[in-house]
Design a protein around this ligand. Structure first.
Ligand SMILES: [Fe+2]
Length: 265
């Protein structure tokens, strides 16, 4: 892992690190604005993240979803008496310690149980009213935080990359497309992504992602209707298999994109 980095972008403090393991390199970021911390980083890097948190005026925490790289340090924040908000659907999950597959345990670390509180539609901080917008697809409990005063969206794992090549087996691509389209209904430019960092041209990235996924959906369905099976479509579109598929024992794989497009069409 390389060093922990902190920088300002407008009135947002961005803090994160780069994780290198199994030949994979991935950034992970948390954001702090007006006393609101969005996501908490993974527990494996608790020393760096909590070291940062304890010097900041954090009054509330919003989790974009409960995955361990976003909720990993939430138990520590709750222990400091700071309220942590999450989608209603994730409250029970957050109370339990995670039981992760080996590669996620190595990469992010397990997260112990903690008591979170359910989001309202609006989250108020000293100077802002944040809209909490449900945007499922990556996970059923996924939300984004919208700051209308700055035209800024804090999007967790919704955007990440415009050209998706692997997804988790539970992800729902048609639902992701609907969520991205919903996002576009808001007036925003900047996207604060948990893995891609600050995207000043976030609106364009979201547009590109929608175009990519819609074109991909058309291709997959047309091949399927011509009688191709899932494996053949996957090979034709995504060969060679993304490396992540091997590391994750196919918990993440391109075939889940194909299956999701066919099964949720
Ligand atoms: Fe996630």
């Amino acid at each position: 892992m390389s060093g922990f980095r902190i920088h300002n972008h407008g009135d947002v403090l961005c803090a994160g690190t780069t994780i290198k393991m199994f030949g994979v390199r991935l950034d992970v970021f948390t954001y702090l604005a007006d006393g609101l911390l969005v996501d908490t980083g993974p527990s494996r890097y608790a020393r760096q993240f909590t070291g940062f948190f304890q010097n900041q005026p954090i009054r509330q925490v919003a989790l974009t979803h409960c995955h361990e790289d976003h909720s990993g340090n939430a138990p520590w924040l709750v222990g400091q008496g700071i309220p942590v908000f999450v989608h209603q659907a994730a409250l029970a999950i957050c109370q339990e310690r995670t039981k992760l597959p080996l590669y996620r345990r190595c990469f992010w670390g397990e997260r112990s149980g903690f008591r979170a509180q359910p989001f309202d539609n609006i989250l108020e901080t000293d100077r802002k009213k944040w809209q909490v917008i449900e945007l499922p697809g990556h996970s059923p409990d996924h939300v984004a935080l919208y700051d209308a005063s700055n035209g800024a969206f804090f999007t967790g794992d919704l955007v990440v990359t415009p050209k998706t090549r692997v997804i988790f087996k539970w992800e729902n691509i048609p639902q992701t497309i609907r969520s991205l389209r919903h996002l576009m209904a808001y007036d925003f430019q900047t996207v604060y992504c948990a893995h891609a960092g600050v995207l000043a041209d976030g609106r364009k990235v979201v547009e590109r992602k929608i175009a990519f996924l819609e074109e991909l959906t058309g291709r997959v369905l047309s091949m399927y209707q011509k009688g191709w099976d899932i494996r053949a479509i996957d090979r034709a579109i995504f060969s060679p298999q993304p490396f992540l598929a091997f590391i994750t024992g196919k918990e993440m794989a391109s075939e889940h994109i194909i299956k999701s497009i066919i099964h949720h069409r």
